[in-house]
Design a protein around this ligand. Structure first.
Ligand code: PLP
Length: 378
């Protein structure tokens, strides 16, 4: 599949070969179950705990505050369910943004159907949440506020530290969660500085494998366990550990530590080059969301009058992978709830595509994309 042009790095990223090498050892050689008692198992146990330490260090968490999950979706579900239904609560108030990933949105809707009140805060047309709207929505019975760090369709970055501190100022008892799945590859994440209680991350957005993620739980946060069974993850999340995935995630974090800043500059250069070429070659287009405070590699662009499904399929025919909706539902092309929440009108929504450059993309690939787009549009 070397001939494809992959511009969908928000959906997932390629597995780094060094990550794969690290994982292979724990799939083929040190395949023991970390919970077993013999010495062979200790290699897996040590690897899991070293990885936990490494990843928690990276986000400035304590080692005992990081819990491995199957990915961002599970971490998000844990955050919401663990504070509400699983806690034995029958009602209460939750605030989320209306343009969260479906892992948060659908869980919140589920809770709404079970008796909880949910306030959905709309972003503005640029893709930013006005913190005042959150603060004004806080009630005496508000349990949780969840605001995503970087939006997975338009890439806009919220000021999580500011929003979180304002929420805590109004009511320190409210638990604050952020979905940082798309932020991990872009920003320095410091959970102590952000002051958040819960934070979700996922491996496959940073060149680790799919099926591994983590939830940061600030020590002292009153949240119920999520998966019941064995005593893994200090009895908080049962199930034999995905040792290879955990080790791979840790290796990806090692690589990120060295390369994150450089990657941001590379992606910015790609995006600038792309936008320059779009400007030179096309007239009827609009960029959705602000270009400031945005993920370096993200472009969400509408070509008025063009049907996005047709565009994506035609690009696919030419070996170019782009997306029409959110990362995880790009298989089914629905109208974007993100753009709807931002107040983007139907015509622009119907033709909106998402391009997410990775640091491994090239300027030549962008040239090819522009040629293909000219053919389609003309
Ligand atoms: C913002 C955001 N949250 C959560 C998820 C889900 O993560 P995972 O695929 O690891 O379950 C994604 C995946 O695209 C995402 O972009």
């Amino acid at each position: 599949m070397n001939n494809i042009i992959y511009f969908d790095n928000f959906a997932t990223t390629s597995l780094n070969e060094e990550v794969f090498d690290e994982m292979k050892n724990f799939l083929l050689n040190n395949y023991s179950n970390p919970s077993s008692l013999y010495e062979f198992a200790q290699k897996s146990r040590v690897a899991v705990e070293k990885s936990r330490e490494n990843i928690s260090n990276y986000i400035n968490a304590e080692k005992n505050e990081l819990f491995f999950t199957t990915g961002g979706t599970e971490a998000d579900n844990w955050a919401l369910m663990g504070l509400t239904l699983f806690k034995g609560r029958k009602n209460g108030h939750i605030i989320i943004t209306a343009f969260e990933h479906s892992a948060i949105l659908e869980t919140a809707k589920f809770l709404e159907n079970r008796g909880f009140d949910v306030t959905f805060i709309n972003p503005d047309r640029d893709g930013f949440i006005d913190e005042k709207n959150i603060i004004d929505s806080i009630r005496d019975d508000t349990i949780l506020v969840s605001v995503m760090y970087i939006n997975n369709e338009v890439g806009t970055i919220q000021d999580i530290k500011k929003i979180c501190n304002s929420v805590k100022e109004k009511n320190p008892k409210i638990v604050f969660h952020t979905d940082a799945v798309q932020a991990l590859s872009e920003l320095v994440i410091d959970v102590k500085d952000l002051n958040v209680d819960l934070l979700s991350i996922s491996g496959h957005k940073v060149h680790a494998p799919k099926g591994i993620g983590a939830l940061y739980i600030k020590s002292g946060t009153d949240i119920e366990n999520f998966v019941f069974g064995g005593s893994q993850e200090r009895s908080r999340r049962a199930g034999t550990e995905n040792v290879a995935g955990i080790v791979g995630f840790s290796k990806a974090i090692d690589i990120l530590r060295e390369s994150r800043e450089k990657n941001v500059f590379k992606r910015l250069a790609l995006r600038d080059y792309f936008l320059k070429n779009i400007k030179e070659n096309f007239k009827d287009y609009e960029i959705n969301g602000s270009l400031d405070n945005r993920y370096s590699g993200n472009v969400n662009i509408s070509f008025s009058g063009l049907d996005k499904e047709m565009l994506i399929m035609t690009m696919d025919f030419k070996g170019i992978c782009i997306s029409g909706g959110s990362a995880c539902s790009s298989g089914s092309i629905e109208n974007s709830h993100v753009l709807t929440a931002m107040g983007i009108d139907d015509e622009l929504k119907n033709s909106a595509i998402r391009i997410s450059f990775g640091e491994n993309n090239t300027f030549e690939e962008i040239d090819e994309f522009i040629i293909a787009l000219k053919e389609i549009i003309n």
